[in-house]
Design a protein. Sequence first.
Length: 560
Amino acid sequence: MTGLGAVAGTGLLVGALPWLSGDDPARTVLRAREVEREPDPAALDALREQLDLPADPVRGTVAWLGRAVTGDLGTSWVSGQPVAEVVPPALAVSATLSGTAAAVAVVLAVLFAWPAVRRAADGRADGGGAAGVLAAALAALPEFVLAVLGVAVVAVGWGLLPTSGFTGPEHLVLPVLALALPAGGLLGRVLAGAVREAAGEAWVRTWRAAGVSRAAVQGAVARRALTVVVPQVLLLLVGLLGAGAVIEAVFDVPGLGRVALAAALAQDLPVVQAAVALLVLLGLAAGGAGVLLHRALLGPAGTDGGLSPELPPPAPGAGRWAAGLLAVLLLVVLVGVLRDPAAQDLGDRLAAPSWAHPLGADALGRDVLARFAAGALPSVGLALLISAVVLVVGVAAGLVGRERAGLADVLNALPAVVVGIAVAAVAGPSLAGAAVAVSLVAWIPLAVHTRTLAAEVRASGFHLAARTSGAGRWHLVRHHLLPVVLPPVGRHALLRVPHTALALAGLSFLGLGAGAESPEWGRSLADGVVYLERAPWLVAVPAAGLVLLGVVAGLVRTGR
């Protein structure tokens, strides 16, 4: 898919939002401009004529593309400003925020993975350790909860940093930490897994037997692991650029995510189309850069026959820690299932934890323990189901595609929020719609990971020998590609289970997911944030469930 084709396709998707939802664009824009004005037919006709609103999405998109190629991004339907005065400045703000967050996440990932590098240099491939547990816990922290906690505790409670705005370096600290801590934890686990795979390759044993210094082995293992992770880093950068809408909304940061979200809700199509087009072009650029960096890090080893990736060694089982934490989570859920999640008692409104309510009560006097248990299935079960589906899709797409930027890099640039709005426009806000929106983007990191590993296998001696011996394509896939690719990508998918649950939570937080009465953990987090200072248990309980899920997912290993 060319850059122009990608921009045209996504522009058409965005341009079809009013028609997908069945709303009249003129009515929505008038409501966004003047809340109190009655949308009478005369006012709507005048607005259509003033803005030259398209009669259908195809003609509207074609007209917008024709202007865009000349540098004219159009005029905002709501504010009347030229889009070129709105979107590029917002992109600069988001690029600063996401670039800083990505840099911090990479530093954290290296720190988390370094113990695994040291173990690999000693001939041990067990990775993990306390750093791995901490990384898994951070990867499961909800970004919007970190943001709200930062505002409530650090900014308001302690008065150390500003609560909102974007006028100086001090405004970067809290938004960057909210984005970087979960991203760094997830990237750290992926990097540690890549280190473990590299430590099992034959050349490491050869180097150690030949007496190569420990420092040299460490450097070589780290570089070998980075060849797999570098495309994920660039994927992370563009992903953060498009996914920071919630954080930008909490901190009132005038970034691209917030601008795109507000414009999509108001159906201000010229602004949304320009924002998404820029993100798509950046996604293609990042995907291409990832491919080039991967080849540069491989160097001469990337030519046919220059690599020798092996079947990964059998990994240890889940271990006592993972089993113990999973047992704790299941025990809490089983105890909560015995209680009524719908029973209300306004006399117990926001009651603190007690014998009657072991985990407290919510704003309607409902038992938090009961609602936590009732929300486990839609939260964890749905996240597991989505992860299984996107694993299959991601592996298939990564094996079919060659090592070049393509559809995955385009879709990665689309904010999940915008996809969620598109789905909600068709089916209405719901947990099922949020699951579809998350699934449409969740396969992408797994596809890029698969694509990277498959490129290395295709450059190996055993793959070249099998191919020159006449092995068919499906034989090569079944016997050479899948055995090497599937275990690390499967672990990656497992690590993303909490991330998937958080994506569902983020859409619920924005009102695009589970309904107000749903006990789903993301919805519970969204509802509890309002009462954070008065009843912190409303946020702590579902957040603790997500963190426990993340730690368990990080500790579990999938062997051969």
